[in-house]
Design a binder for this molecule. Structure first.
Ligand code: QAP
Ligand code: CO
Length: 165
């Protein structure tokens, strides 16, 4: 059980809220991060943004390892695109859009800046699945969803199916 946290599902309008920057690196931040990680593992996800659990702060948890034993926490993440010509298409899923996968094209070379749970700043060029996942999750913090990249017709079809559940 993940401490009362639940994943909001598209088209819940709360997924559209813009998350606030984290300024206090206290125990409650660490607790939320660990609860989010537990929920993400329970639901077989590789990434989860605080927005998805109705907490509107700039916090993301990710684990792209096969063994599910390499959690990464990103606070106040931002990225710069290194080369706008290099794009990568990947079949993405989302815990807020369960049961649907869509091919999304995103920049493949980025520089990522973030803080850890203690507020220490980091800067790195991510590789592989992390590059895709962190961009997907930063979108959540800005109220943006995977379905915003597909055609309105497809998006509407997904919306109707999820509302019927
Ligand atoms: C975002 O998504 C992501 O439909 C994280 O039935 C995914 O963890 C970024 C999930 C792929 C890049 C590539 C989705 C679990 C998990 C589902 C997830 C489902 C069960 C999605
Ligand atoms: Co998502």
């Amino acid at each position: 059980m993940s401490n009362n946290l639940k994943v909001l599902k598209f088209p819940n309008p709360r997924l559209r809220k813009i998350a606030e920057k984290v300024t206090k690196f206290d125990k409650s931040l660490k607790k939320l991060a660990h609860d989010m990680l537990e929920l993400m593992y329970d639901e077989n996800g590789i990434g989860l943004a605080a927005t998805q659990v109705d907490k509107h702060i700039r916090l993301i948890v990710i684990d792209v390892s096969d063994e599910r034993n390499a959690p990464q926490y990103f606070v106040n993440p931002t990225f710069e695109i290194l080369n706008t010509d290099l794009m990568y298409a990947f079949e993405e899923g989302c815990l807020s859009v369960p049961g649907f996968n869509e091919e999304i094209t995103r920049p493949s070379n980025i520089i990522l800046k973030w803080q850890d749970l203690d507020g220490v700043a980091h800067k790195e060029e991510p590789s592989g699945l992390l590059t895709v996942c962190i961009q997907h999750e930063i979108d959540h913090l800005d109220g943006k969803l995977m379905v915003d990249y597909i055609s309105p017709i497809k998006r509407d079809r997904i919306k109707k199916k999820l509302l019927k559940k």
